[in-house]
Design a protein around this ligand. Structure first.
Ligand code: MLC
Ligand code: AMP
Length: 513
C-alpha cells in the first residue's frame, strides 16, 4: 500500500522528539495560561478520533463545527483528519438562517456547537437528519469531551489518498448562496510544505496565534505552519492588540489580517524593543495598505511580508522571505513554488507582463470543486482547467503579482468576506423595500465597510435604522451594514445594471478620518 497521505500523519511525523515539550500555551480564556504538550495534542486528538470512529460514520462524513476558539477545538480538527472525516468549520458569528443553510447543504453526520447555542443548533441539526450533536466550550467542558474521555488515547490515522477530501470551507457565492470549497489532504499538505520552506519555519519558532480557526488563514496557514515545524504557539482565543504586543518579546512569528496590524499600530507599547526577537510578520486575507506597511517598518524596524490566498486555493503568492528588501508594499509577491499563475483579458487570452486582467491559477493547492455544485465548479474553471480567482491584477516581468481589484462583487471587511448579493436579497424582502444595493467603502479599521442603499416602494417610508436592526437578528454581525441610507433610485447603466462604482465613489469619505 502506498504511504498514507492523511494530513495528520504528516503533521504528527513533524512533532519534535520530546513529546513532553510545550506545543501550545494559552494566553487568554478560562484557566490561562494552560500548557499543552505535543503528547497532549496527539492523545487528545486520538481520543476524539476514536470517538468519531465509534459513531460508525459513513466514509467521507462531514463534521460541522461552530465553537469558540480553544485548543480542544484545534484537537477536534486534527481528530477529524485522523478519522478520515471531512472538517467543516463555521464562523462563530453565523446565526440560525446561515447555519440552517450550511447544514442543509453539507449534510454533516456530526455537528459540534457551543453549550449556549445547543438549543437552536441542535433543533436545526436534528430536523435536517444529523445523527450526532455535541457541545464543546472553551473551558474544556461539553458533551464532546465527556464522550471522548472514555476513549483510548491511541489512534492510527485512517488511510487516505492525497485526493481524498479533508475539509469543506464555505465561501460566499456571487448569487448570494455560499459554496463549499472542497480541499483535499493533498491540497493542504502541499501548500503547508511549500510555506514551511518558503518562510523558513524552524523548530525554535514561537507563533502568536491570534486569528479565528474557522478560515484558511488561522486554521491552515498559521496552525499547519507551527505544527509542521514542531514550533510552539502562544494561543489567543480572541485578538486583543495590547495583550498580543505584551507577548511579542517571546515570539518569532505573527500572522494577521491588516486590521490586526492597524489596531496594534494604535498602541504605544508597539516598539522596536517589543519586536526584538521577532523573525517574521505576515499579513494577508485583504489588501495591506502601503501606509500600514510603512508605519510598521518605521515603528518596529520589521518589514511585513504580504501574501495572497483564498479558500479555494489556500496560498497562491508570497513576497520573498529573503532578502527582506525585496518585500514590496502594495504587492503580494511571486507565485509560490509549484503554483502557476496567469493574467488573462476578457476573452481569456493571456496578457503581457504588467498588463491588468483576471488572475487564474493552476497547481497542487487548487481545490477539487464546489460541494455538490458541478455547474458552479464548471463556471469557475476554464476549459484547460485554470481556476478563475475573481481577483484582478497584473504580473510584472519579474513575476511579482499586484492585485488591483476584484471582478467578483465582494467586500472584505476586517478579513471577512461579505457578498453584497446575500445582504441585498435580505433587505429586498423587508416591508416597504423596492430594491437595494450594498457596497464596500474604505474604512480605517476594517479596510472596507458594508454600506446599504435602500430604495422604497412607492408610498412606503422604510427607516434605514430599522433595516439595519432587522438584519442584525438575521445575519452574522460582520455582514451588517455599518451605514444605511434611503435613496430615491439607484444609478444604472444603459444595460440596466446598478453602477456600484458610482455608489462607492459617492460614499467614499463616509468613514474617512
Ligand atoms: C467584528 N466586527 C466587524 C468585524 N469583526 N465588523 C466588520 N468586519 C469585521 N471583520 C464588529 C462586530 O460586528 C461587532 O459589531 C463589533 O465589531 C465587535 O465584535 P467583535 O467580534 O468583538 O470584534 P473583534 O474581536 O474586534 O473582531 C475584529 C477582528 C475580527 C478584526 C479581530 O474581525 C477578525 O478576527 N478578523 C480576522 C478574519 C480572518 O481570520 N480572516 C481570514 C480569512 S481567510 P456590533 O455592532 O455587533 O457590536 C482568507 C484567505 C487568505 O481570506 O488569504 O487568508
Ligand atoms: P476567502 O474567500 O475568504 O478565502 O478570501 C479570498 C480573497 O481574499 C481573495 O480572492 C482576495 O480577493 C482576498 N485576498 C487575500 N489575500 C489578499 C491580499 N494579500 N491582498 C489583497 N486581497 C487579498
Amino acid at each position: 500500500m502506498p504511504d498514507n497521505a492523511n494530513l495528520y500523519a504528516a503533521l504528527r511525523a513533524a512533532f519534535p522528539a520530546d513529546l513532553d515539550a510545550v506545543a501550545i500555551e494559552t494566553a487568554d480564556g478560562p484557566g490561562a495560561p494552560l500548557h499543552y504538550t505535543w503528547r497532549d495534542l496527539d492523545r487528545g486528538s486520538a481520543m476524539l478520533a476514536n470517538l468519531l470512529a465509534s459513531l460508525e460514520l459513513q466514509a467521507g462524513a462531514r463534521v460541522a463545527v461552530q465553537t469558540d476558539k480553544s485548543v480542544e477545538a484545534l484537537m477536534l480538527y486534527l481528530a477529524v483528519l485522523r478519522a478520515g472525516c471531512v472538517y467543516l468549520p463555521l464562523n462563530t458569528a453565523y446565526q440560525a438562517g446561515e447555519i440552517e443553510y450550511f447544514i442543509g447543504n453539507a449534510e454533516p453526520e456530526v455537528v459540534v456547537c457551543t453549550g449556549r447555542n445547543f438549543g437552536w443548533v441542535s433543533r436545526i441539526a436534528f430536523s435536517a437528519g444529523v445523527g450526532h450533536v455535541f457541545t464543546l466550550d472553551d473551558d474544556r467542558s461539553g458533551s464532546l469531551l465527556e464522550r471522548a474521555a472514555v476513549q483510548g488515547d491511541r489512534h492510527e490515522p485512517a488511510a487516505r489518498r492525497a485526493d481524498d477530501l479533508a475539509a469543506i470551507l464555505y465561501t460566499s457565492g456571487t448569487t448570494g448562496r455560499s459554496k463549499g470549497a472542497m480541499l483535499s489532504h493533498g491540497n493542504l499538505l502541499s501548500n503547508a510544505r511549500v510555506l514551511h520552506e518558503y518562510w523558513g519555519w524552524r523548530g525554535d519558532d514561537v507563533l502568536i496565534h491570534a486569528l479565528p480557526i474557522f478560515h484558511v488563514h488561522g486554521l491552515f496557514v498559521a496552525s499547519h505552519g507551527a505544527l509542521l515545524a514542531g514550533a510552539r504557539m502562544i494561543w489567543f482565543g480572541k485578538f486583543d492588540p495590547r495583550a498580543v504586543i505584551a507577548r511579542l518579546p517571546e515570539a518569532t512569528v505573527f500572522m494577521g489580517v491588516p486590521t490586526l496590524y492597524v489596531r496594534m499600530l494604535a498602541e504605544a507599547a508597539l516598539t522596536r524593543a517589543a519586536c526584538a526577537r521577532m523573525r517574521l510578520f505576515i499579513a494577508g486575507s485583504a489588501p495591506l495598505l502601503p501606509e500600514t506597511f510603512e508605519a510598521w517598518r518605521e515603528r518596529t524596524g520589521h518589514t511585513i511580508l504580504e501574501r495572497y490566498g483564498m479558500s479555494e486555493t489556500i496560498m497562491l503568492t508570497s513576497n520573498p522571505y529573503r532578502p527582506v528588501e525585496a518585500r514590496r508594499a502594495g504587492t503580494v509577491g511571486p507565485a509560490l513554488p509549484g503554483v502557476q499563475l496567469r493574467v488573462v483579458d476578457d476573452q481569456g487570452l493571456a496578457v503581457s507582463a504588467g498588463a491588468i486582467g483576471g488572475i487564474q491559477v493552476k497547481g497542487p493547492n487548487v481545490f477539487k470543486g464546489y460541494w455538490r455544485m458541478p455547474e458552479k465548479t464548471a463556471e469557475e474553471f476554464t476549459t484547460d482547467l485554470w481556476f478563475k480567482t475573481g481577483d484582478v491584477g497584473s504580473i510584472d516581468a519579474g513575476g511579482c503579482v499586484t492585485i488591483v481589484g476584484r471582478s467578483k462583487d465582494l467586500i472584505i471587511s476586517g478579513g471577512y468576506n461579505v457578498y453584497p448579493a446575500e445582504i441585498e436579497a435580505l433587505i429586498n424582502e423587508l416591508p416597504g423595500v423596492a430594491e437595494s444595493a450594498v457596497v464596500g467603502v474604505p474604512h480605517p479599521d476594517f479596510g472596507e465597510a458594508v454600506v446599504a442603499l435602500i430604495v422604497p416602494k412607492p408610498g412606503a417610508v422604510p427607516d434605514a435604522d430599522g433595516v439595519v436592526a432587522a438584519l442584525k437578528s438575521r445575519i452574522a454581525n460582520f455582514k451588517v451594514p455599518k451605514a444605511a441610507f434611503v435613496v430615491d433610485e439607484l444609478p444604472r447603466n444603459t444595460m440596466g445594471k446598478v453602477q456600484k462604482n458610482l455608489l462607492r465613489d459617492r460614499h467614499r469619505s463616509l468613514f474617512a478620518g
